[in-house]
Design a protein around this ligand. Structure first.
Ligand SMILES: [Zn+2]
Ligand SMILES: [Zn+2]
Length: 394
């Protein structure tokens, strides 16, 4: 497998020094942490066998939200926790997408527009449930900013309960049909654009570069008018009795990079090749696959625009799911225990069937000796030290 850390080790310095680019601090931090992840830079725990003096080194991991290697367990644990709490009623998967014409403005104002996207999409669903079903739905929204080709393509995946609470009892909607989706599109568009204009009028929008012409309100309103005339994409899927697949699907990038390393198929001469979905060759609604080849400059530009903003919550809970602990308990016939968080050692045993803290020579239990920090990689950037297969501390 080609590691993102390897690509960064080879080209990050050049990329940074090429100039002409503004690289925000949180992107620097993510790149540096991914390069340092599971190397002695972040520290090494040294274990020793009390019997035969065998020594074992365990490198620390970085736990950056964008590290392709660190988030897998966190992501699985999040999904398992959610699944242990959801009531056993059907759920819809709904996707809200910002229209293409809005993307430059969203890119220049990610925090504001992504927050608006969260709030307005949840508001239209809640309003619909209030008007039509006189109830409150449970909503889990997950923001993804990347399309599979890594272009900026902000959209929300939403899990919506196909029902609600009546007299503190869960009930399911009679029909599998959730909502007229034309209505949903129009309402979403109307609400979003209203709030966008309000933000503009309060001077809260940044208008750099080509957007500067919109300093003039007439120009900005020209864009708003155009946005009112295009269809905003909202996709509503039929309800599913078992939400496991949706929860795992929508949560897959909440705690790791939006590019899984196994999708990278080649890396040579400064060019990175990776697989992505091809909607032009869709069969039975399922997109085909194509490969994209990018020079490292373009590759880093595309990939690192998706590093989450510091403190920005990519998963939000609305309606009944805003407070899981206040929900009525699940029926006694289906008790589901909240998954426990595994320690690093338990996780390794779970993954490999091997206890990482047993001496490979004499099967004695290893004893923690000390944590070491090494300066060597700083002196020789780009020279990766050999990785340890079991290095994955938590
Ligand atoms: Zn990491
Ligand atoms: Zn031993």
């Amino acid at each position: 497998m080609i590691r993102l850390a390897e690509i960064l080790d080879t080209h990050w310095d050049e990329y940074v020094h090429e100039g002409g680019r503004y690289i925000p601090p949180h992107v620097f931090k993510a790149a540096n942490q991914i390069m340092a992840c599971r190397t002695p830079i972040l520290g090494t725990d040294v274990y020793r066998c009390p019997n035969c003096d065998t020594t074992k080194f365990v490198y620390h991991s970085c736990k950056n939200r964008f590290c392709p290697r660190c988030g897998q367990y966190e992501t699985d644990h999040w999904a398992a926790t959610i699944l242990s709490q959801l009531p056993s009623i059907k759920h819809h998967h709904v996707v809200f997408t910002l229209p293409e014409q809005l993307r430059p403005l969203a890119k220049a104002n990610p925090e504001l527009l992504q927050t608006l996207l969260f709030h307005t999409s949840a508001a239209v669903i809640k309003e619909w449930f209030a008007e039509k079903h006189h109830t409150i739905p449970g909503i889990i929204s997950v923001l993804q900013t990347a399309g599979s080709d890594l272009h900026y393509h902000p959209h929300i995946h939403m899990l919506v309960s196909a029902g609600g609470l009546k007299a503190n009892q869960w009930f399911e909607l009679a029909s599998a049909y959730l909502v007229n989706h034309k209505y949903l599109q129009k309402k979403f568009r109307w609400l979003f654009l209203n709030q966008l204009v309000a933000a503009y009028d309060h001077g809260r929008l940044q208008l750099p570069g080509e957007l500067a012409v919109m300093q003039e309100r007439r120009e900005f309103m020209r864009l708003v008018k155009k946005l009112h005339s295009v269809a905003w994409v909202v996709a509503v899927q039929p309800p599913l009795a078992d939400p496991e697949n949706i929860v795992r699907y929508v949560g897959r990038y909440t705690r790791r990079a939006c590019l899984s390393e196994y999708r990278i198929t080649d890396f040579s001469d400064g060019v990175i090749t990776f697989e992505c979905k091809d909607y032009t060759t869709a069969e039975a609604g399922k997109p085909g696959l194509k490969t994209v080849c990018l020079h490292y400059g373009e590759f880093f530009d595309r990939l690192f625009q998706h590093v989450p903003l510091p403190g920005f919550r990519m998963v939000r809970y609305y309606g009944l799911y805003a407070h899981f602990k206040d929900l009525p308990p699940l029926p006694a016939e289906e008790p589901r225990a909240m998954p426990e968080k595994l320690s690093w050692r338990e996780l390794q045993i779970d993954k490999t069937g091997e206890d990482p803290l047993v001496c490979p020579a004499c099967r004695c239990e290893l004893v923690f000796w000390r944590t070491e920090f090494s300066a060597i990689p700083f002196l020789f950037p780009g020279s990766r030290l050999p990785e340890l297969a079991y290095a994955d501390t938590s």
